[in-house]
Design a protein around this ligand. Sequence first.
Ligand SMILES: [Zn+2]
Length: 387
Amino acid sequence: MAVTADIVLAGSTDTTGASFEIGDLMIMSVMSDGTPLDYLVEGQRLDVGVPVSVDPVVLTINYAYRLHDSFDGILSNGLTFTWPYYCGNMFPCKSDPYDGLSFELELIGIPLDMDVIYPTSILSDAPSYMIGWAVGEFDYIDLGTTTDGTQVGVYYQPGEEIDATEGTRNLRDVMEWYEQTYGEYIFGEEVASVSVDWGAGQFGGLEHHPFWHVASGSMSDQSIHAHEAAHGWFGNGVRITCWEDFVLSEGVASYLAARSLTEVGGVILGNTIWTLYTSQLDRLQSSSENKIAWPDSCNQVDIIDDGLFGSAPYMKGAFFLRDVESVIGKEMLDQALRDFYVTNKGGYAGMQDLLDEIMTHTGYDPTLCANAWLRSDSLPVNGICDY
Ligand SMILES: [Zn+2]
């Protein structure tokens, strides 16, 4: 549980301070180039005096971490879970969703009878919550390689071979479709779904690209694998500017899960997913949950405490895009999504930027449609999304 973090900061000649979220990490030392630096631990924040430099500065921070059990850090069951803003319990970080960083990671001390799945390097900028690992007992199925050369696979736990095979039967084709339709994948040449045990009744996944996690109970569900893979382009590949732009990550990923599986697996499979989405949307509308998918502010909401992490961004975002698709056509929507991705990959953008891209591409202004789907408690009236 002892860690050495080398944090490379861009050089600066006008600021000499850097602050990090450190959760409950126990900081032992902060050095640069062998020289101890002044630092202060103030609650869950680490302030470091950084030498003036035009060149990048490497901070070497030695610390120890504590184990967590509430999906808020390095978990005692061998998994990590730092989404949305718990990276500080893993490493000195910035959890703002727009902040991007690349990683190199080496885990040591893994029990000999255990496997560990994690990327040793992520060379394109990613959100702080993307890095993660899974320690456990895993078998692997090679699902093949895409035209772009990305190797696709699945790591599953003992007894899950049938579920894992079923859930990933189209995953290679889905990855290839994303690459060919929206642009190159930027987080490495090898990707996989990794089965994780989040406890009884847990479902869904978490976008730890390139080895994203899928809840054990969702391993047979093709839409979850396709959804997590889509975050390689939307949510991770392009980070969100504000937590309020969560719909740009989850709405697009939900839409693309249904869309990609329609394209590669057939209309019947696609319709099955939309039927599922329809019942989730109905459930949302008759519940007391938050129904606003896209709040009109920036980094003012707490995504957990204020209820934005719920069905609204996922389902209303997906149906909004399906309505846009029905107005402008699949090809125009794909072109807009592609241009949006290619322009912003490795960086960040907001939902408004996507709407602007659609407008630029097609002349269709999606504002009324977006407001009706994403900024209203109710569902759109018929025809509001029409050209
Ligand atoms: Zn997602």
